[in-house]
Design a protein around this ligand. Sequence first.
Ligand code: CAO
Length: 386
Amino acid sequence: MPHNIYMSRGPIVQFKLSDIGEGIMEVTVKEWYVKEGDKVSQFDSICEVQSDKASVTITSRYDGVIKKLYYDVDAIALVGKRGRGGDARHGPRRTHPQEIKGHKTQATPASDIKLSEVVGTGKDGRPEPSYLDLIPGDPDSARPRPKHRRQNQVMCVLWSPGFHKAMVKTMTAALKIPHFGYCDEVDLSRLVTLRAELKSMAESRGIKLSYMPFFIKAASIGLLHFPILNASVDEGCQNITYKASHNIGLAMDTIQGLLVPNVKNVQLLSVFDIALELNRLQTLGAAGQLGTNELSGGTFTLSNIGSIGGTYAKPVILPPEVAIGALGKIQVLPRFDAVGQVVRAHIMNVSWSADHRIIDGATMCRFSNLWREYLENPATMVLDLK
Ligand code: CAO
């Protein structure tokens, strides 16, 4: 699957999708992250390809402008093959190519690109057009960049390189945020009973109903009272942006590693609507098909690490968000009831982290109290449902 790099005042470099290992010979183009005329920088995500083993994000080797995309989404591309030819079943398809124009680059192919992948076969040494044409050249192409980056060659079932890179970037940015931590325990006994009643009803509608939709909805109702927790702040902490949409992210353990898709506009959704969307996100996550739409735009996050195990956690804020909650395992534990009798209770711990530059402990605590009360008395949620 070659990409073409067009340099309008220099040689044109064609490169092919490198061998991505594991004996994989063909991939399906799952998503283009770029379109005609887009400017890209080296290491920007270009597209997502899927093999029968995993999905891999292809990143740009150059700064430049996208000239042409040669594969439609869902088309099959052969690893290391030229863009022309191929039989009807497996061969690369050229469908609805999009022409993209641009200007010269100073970029050169990364030193580890195999010679056979850098060919000039067309007129004036230009290669024939292939799957993706990109005209390199970026105003800030003079900035230092890694010299020996291996490209498209990491095949990883647990980690998609693109997502891992994004995680490194996000977590490094998160380190700059002074985290405030706050923990509490929640008695979910009533919610356990309620969910047991509703679970089969949801199943009859083809939906799996876990506790997450309740946690997410209670958080959204809480955010209506504490909008500062559904905000973002600029670097100098001068401007706070309050987000109208409650796009609640949920940390998801997927075959591509940790991803955080979000359920959009939770403030407008019922618990059942949230369950429906959560089911969809989990199905996509299990298939390694979560895309930009699902993964971008989150405003607040919950991480249900308790579905795997554990009680407390120390969640890390996902900038530009300002707060995150981690949920522990629901455990059956002895607790005292209102009249001092020991009862069997379903207890879950919650651990919140918030950006202490703009959120104080009292705010986090009040939000947590409200969230806890809704979950401990789930019938009260009905009163506040939109
Ligand atoms: N305690 C006890 N049981 C739990 C639970 C908890 N905290 N969370 C979920 N369960 C139960 C569910 O109710 C469900 O039970 P039933 O089969 O009886 O319905 C079962 O465990 C499986 O639930 P699930 O995991 O499929 O669904 P979910 O909506 O609860 O969670 C998701 C979805 C995506 C959050 C979860 O699958 C996941 O990926 N969790 C890991 C998150 C993670 O890695 N966090 C760390 C981030 S920091 O690195």
